[in-house]
Design a protein around this ligand. Structure first.
Ligand code: CU
Length: 154
């Protein structure tokens, strides 16, 4: 093999390698559409996912009420977090959209608040560890009214 043919071969390999690396990225996150209503309920109360699966939660608030009276968010808590304690602290945290700063380390993923007609979203990777993870709305009173669900990783 001549030096020239080696150079051509190397160039061809390089071109093939760059073709591979410029291939389209992995499939987009799986989208999960949820609505929240004036009855303080999510339309989706159970989400199943594979460990590490990329998810995109899209939450729309369906309401004609003012945002200060009726708004929803989606907050996914770490395993072992106490949802009751979280929402109790959250109810006091009006300035941070009812997300308690002292308990931020318990959050795996969260959206901002959506008022009537608004849509918020968050993209995240499902936990690697199989199990059940609670998600909830931290607007005062909503969790107690049943605005919660489970992300089941298996
Ligand atoms: Cu809510």
């Amino acid at each position: 093999m001549t030096t020239k043919s080696i150079a051509i071969l190397a160039a061809a390999l390089f071109a093939a390698a760059s073709l591979l690396t410029s291939a389209p990225a992995a499939a987009a996150a799986r989208e999960i559409k949820i609505t929240g209503n004036d009855q303080m309920q999510y339309s989706v109360k159970r989400i199943e996912a594979k460990p590490g699966e990329e998810l995109k939660v899209v939450l729309t608030a369906v309401s004609k009420m003012p945002k200060t009276e009726m708004a929803h968010n989606f907050i996914l808590l770490k395993k072992g977090a106490n949802p009751d304690a979280f929402v109790m602290a959250g109810a006091m945290a009006r300035n941070t959209e009812y997300v308690p700063a002292a308990k931020k380390d318990q959050i795996l993923a969260s959206t901002t608040l959506a008022g009537g007609g608004e849509t918020v979203e968050v993209t995240f990777d499902a936990p690697a560890e199989p199990g059940e993870y609670v998600y909830l709305c931290s607007f005062p009173g909503h969790y107690a009214a049943g605005m919660k669900g489970l992300l089941v990783v298996k």
